[in-house]
Design a protein. Sequence first.
Lengths: 127, 157
Amino acid sequence: MTARPDPLIHPITRLSICGLLATGADWIEFAALRDAAGVSDSVLSKQSRVLEDAGYVEVRKGAVGRRPRTWFRLTPQGRQAVEGHLAWLAEMEEAVSASTRDVQQARSLAGDRDQPRRVPPSLLGNS
Amino acid sequence: MPDAARDPAALELLRVQRSRLADRLRPPWWYLPGIAIVWALTFAAPFSSRFSPQGVRIWPILLAVLAVACLLQWGLARATGVAVAVGSLRYPSGRTAEIAIVVLAAATIWTEFFLIDRGLTGVAIAVAALAVLAEAALQQAHMRGIRKDLRAGGGAT
């Protein structure tokens, strides 16, 4: 899998939708996806339409009694794009945490330099 | 719209959302009794094949098992809003439990035939009852594994 950013998945709402659909569930129902992503009905409808038009998401519509039910899942193309994008984000996260570590290490070294040096007693002699 | 790449918490947010989704996959109250019925029917098959009249076949029982299992799967997906492949080895954390379910079922059926052939019907019934309880416990462990993988995103195919 190649770590590669995907401009279509880049916005946070679409990243949430795709990331949730890539968890390993076969299908996720509209309400479950909406609640997990923490978005409104209209936002989910709009963003899922964009993803569907791009061929990243497959939509299945049905009804239980009079209640319409919509189910989503990733297409193979969508899964590939999401995995590449998540890998790219993970690389970025790793890079950010590595640079944070370096800065902290540099600060602690600078802090050590500012401290008065202690001479070991063995070097002081007996005088 | 906020930019995910500039938001260092994007992946952290996704982890929280996945955790929320995994929490939805808690089986309703009827799921475990349903699983127990499936296994009780399965483990009744050896008795049926030995004790029922010649004309009665094992197939109706197996068909009933299949029908109840499919109904449970459908009901679970409908109740939770998350359709997962419960009977598959796709989820690494639930794989051990799934293999144990199959091995225990095979071992129980073999033991039942063995005991029935030696006239130990009472012992065979006790074995079947214990196996039903064990299968239900293993199913719960399997569901826990699936939830764990959903949280980590490790169940992706």
